[in-house]
Design a protein around this ligand. Structure first.
Ligand code: PLP
Length: 393
């Protein structure tokens, strides 16, 4: 990007720009208040208190108690801790895990790893809407099932799964329920008690917080969930996750959670309006359609199929507009798997053929997007699609 170029960032499901208020809250802990939160001197106590406040803020956003929160480096680590932890901690009960074919690679690859260690994993199919059908879980679950892991909202389509109903089926069969809520936290109201989940994770950088910090909720009310540690050492985070605490990151995560909590309704109102404008304008281009259910969907996401257009060429074109100072950043799948040339596993699980999956673009808006940006993006996308179709005709 040159000094004159500005990015219209419509890829907020990959990461978000840090909120200035989050950064301001972190700065003291990167500078003057740099102490180790485990040190017993006054300096350490200040850092420890900041972590305590942050833990309460994080817990409050999801209806948990502060002692049910474990700070991690992000969702990937939290998912590994949760799934491998249940696999190890509950193996005397059974070795069967159920997840869904449209989960994030952090869940899928952790499950595939466990298959190599003797666990059996069922990958449930999804409907063309992107939703898991309750009957599919009822058919797959057995008395050997120890864990069901279903994401709350999908990163590529925004589809919101019926987690409360799925968790209830899991519990009736005596299994624990885990939800990867990385895309949902901060966007939709979440109450772990109401949802009935036992484990839930998310990352700071998806909610205008810093990268490299996240949290895992581990139910401690009623029957406690026990997950053995992945990282051993000084016994931090009540033995669940050793290692010197990332105090600035944790403080930033706490501020991001507080802001997401208090501004959830206003952010939804603003972003949903922009997303809907973008979507309806793009759907006037011939040969376009939305992938997935639009009723049960995150307010910021739209996954659109542009028939006859190669999505990589479109992404490249939008990032290299001749004579333009405004570049549009979008994606065609999860940033975490974008180095692979496979079609999106989420879209193919929904029944799209490979060509259609390779012609689909994910638009994910955020609270810093403006009306002017959306207007510019609509025009740029329309022009690029027309150009690419002309070139390939
Ligand atoms: N789960 C979902 C649904 C995600 O979208 C992501 C990131 O894109 C992750 C997990 C992994 O999060 P992180 O890279 O912050 O560990």
């Amino acid at each position: 990007m040159t000094a004159k170029q500005r990015i219209i960032f419509l890829d907020n499901n990959s990461t978000t720009q840090i909120d200035k208020r989050v950064l301001d809250s972190m700065m003291p802990y990167l500078t003057d208040e740099f102490a180790n939160a485990s040190s017993t001197h006054q300096f350490g106590v200040t850092a420890h208190d900041a972590v305590k406040t942050s833990r309460k803020r994080v817990a409050s956003l999801i209806g948990a108690d502060h002692h049910e929160i474990i700070f991690t480096s992000g969702s990937t680590e939290a998912i590994n801790l949760a799934i491998k932890g249940v696999a190890e901690g509950y193996q005397s009960k059974g070795k069967h895990i159920i997840t869904v074919s449209s989960e994030h690679s952090a869940v899928l690859d952790t499950c595939r790893y466990l298959e190599t260690k003797g666990h059996q994993v069922t990958f449930l199919p999804i409907a063309p809407t992107g939703l898991v059908e309750l009957e599919e879980l009822k058919k797959a679950i057995t008395d050997q099932t120890i864990l069901v892991s279903v994401m709350l909202a999908n990163n590529e389509t925004g589809t919101i799964q019926p987690v409360k109903e799925l968790a209830s089926i899991a519990h009736n069969a005596g299994a624990l329920f885990m939800s990867d809520a990385t895309q949902a936290v901060g966007k939709i109201p979440i109450d772990v008690e109401d949802l009935g989940v036992d484990l839930l994770c998310f990352s700071g950088h998806k909610i205008y917080g810093p990268k490299g910090v996240g949290a895992l909720y581990v139910r401690q009310k009623g029957e406690r969930v026990k997950v053995p540690a992945l990282l051993h050492g000084g016994g931090h985070e009540r033995g669940f996750r050793s290692g010197t605490l990332n105090v600035p990151g944790i403080v930033g995560l706490g501020t991001a959670c507080s802001l997401a909590h208090s501004e959830m309704a206003s952010t939804k109102k603003k972003v949903e309006k922009l997303r809907d404008q973008l979507e309806s304008a793009l759907l006037t281009i011939p040969g376009t359609s939305v992938n997935g259910a639009t009723a049960q969907r995150l307010f910021n996401t739209s996954n659109i199929l542009f028939k006859g257009v190669d999505s990589d060429a479109l992404i490249l074109g939008l990032g290299n507009l001749e004579n333009s100072s405004l570049l549009v950043a979008v994606s065609n799948g999860s940033a975490c798997t974008s180095t692979s040339i496979q079609p999106s596993h989420v879209l193919t699980a929904m029944g799209l053929d490979e060509v259609s999956a390779f012609s689909s673009i994910r638009f994910s808006l955020g609270k810093f997007n403006t009306q002017e940006e959306i207007n510019v993006a609509i025009n740029s996308i329309r022009l690029q699609v027309e150009k690419l179709r002309l070139l390939s005709s």
